[in-house]
Design a binder for this molecule. Structure first.
Ligand code: PTJ
Length: 248
């Protein structure tokens, strides 16, 4: 940690998240643009009171149900997500039997390897997205996010993304995949296009999802299906937006 944050500071958690991202930046995991992207998220989080709302918690539960029901789910990892919650993402992938794929907006082989090394240190069994032999291209996407792994995102049924750009989310949905996203901005294209949108900070959402997945991993299929059936993503996002408006 670069700066010591006093636990008595009223916004200690927010400052710790910043320090983790700065550390990630210094270690070659996060890019400068990632720090800017986090600033946008922080503004929404501030208005949400920097707490996981009951609506985010509902969406997190439904996301876990979807991951547990999926046959071939993939968790997509970028610089910010690796810097903030690599360990919890690996745990989540193990419990939900999801694969892990590194997919970067600002692509760099060196950064992909650095991120994969961190995930493996957290005991990830396999990290996809690094082998050019199994690489596919999603033609509709113009950014580097178009490069996906044949053994991962390309042939998945469900993709879990965070801090994602709208183009890829829209394309993945068009390809018939279920998309779960975490985005503090409920007005983003990613938030709107996703099947399950979690309006929460990844630093809180992922640990919360690990706890939920431990509770649900042995649940009946019919219970998991029912949770998904009862969930209205647009309504849930609208409730988050109302909370943000209240924050203003
Ligand atoms: O590591 P790379 O190369 O893949 O690049 C990653 C970034 C983040 C730079 C890239 O994906 C990007 O430019 O993202 P955007 O388009 O700026 O989108 C980021 C979205 O995530 C915005 O809507 C933010 O509000 C939201 N966001 C930022 N920080 C968080 C967040 N949502 C949840 N938790 C956060 N901590």
């Amino acid at each position: 940690m670069l700066h010591k944050i006093s636990p008595t500071h009223p916004r200690a958690n927010s400052l710790i998240i910043r320090e983790k991202l700065v550390e990630g930046f210094r270690n070659g995991v996060v890019i400068p643009e990632g720090l800017i992207a986090h600033g946008r998220g922080e503004a929404f989080d501030y208005l949400l009171g920097e707490k996981t709302t009951k609506y985010a918690c509902e969406a997190e539960k439904v996301a876990i149900c979807l991951l547990l029901l999926s046959k071939n789910s993939v968790i997509s990892i970028n610089g910010n997500t690796a810097a903030l919650c690599a360990k919890e993402l690996v745990t989540l992938s193990n419990i939900t039997k999801s694969k892990i794929e590194v997919n970067l907006f600002h692509k760099s082989a060196v950064r992909s390897k650095t991120i994969a090394r961190i995930l493996k240190k957290e005991e990830a069994k396999e990290v996809l997205g690094l082998d050019s032999k199994s690489r596919s291209t999603i033609k509709e996407i113009s950014s580097n996010r178009k490069y996906v792994d044949n053994n991962g995102i390309m042939n998945s049924d469900t993709v879990f993304v965070a801090l994602e750009d709208g183009d890829r989310t829209e394309s993945l949905v068009k390809m018939g995949k279920k998309v779960i996203s975490i985005d503090l901005n409920p007005l983003s294209r990613t938030a709107i296009a996703s099947n399950v949108t979690i309006v929460d900070n990844i630093a809180r959402a992922i640990p919360n999802m690990v706890s939920i997945s431990k509770e649900l991993v042995n649940s009946d299929r019919s219970y998991l299906l029912q949770q998904i059936k009862n969930f209205d993503n647009i309504q849930n996002m609208y409730e988050s937006l109302k909370m943000i408006r209240k924050g203003i």
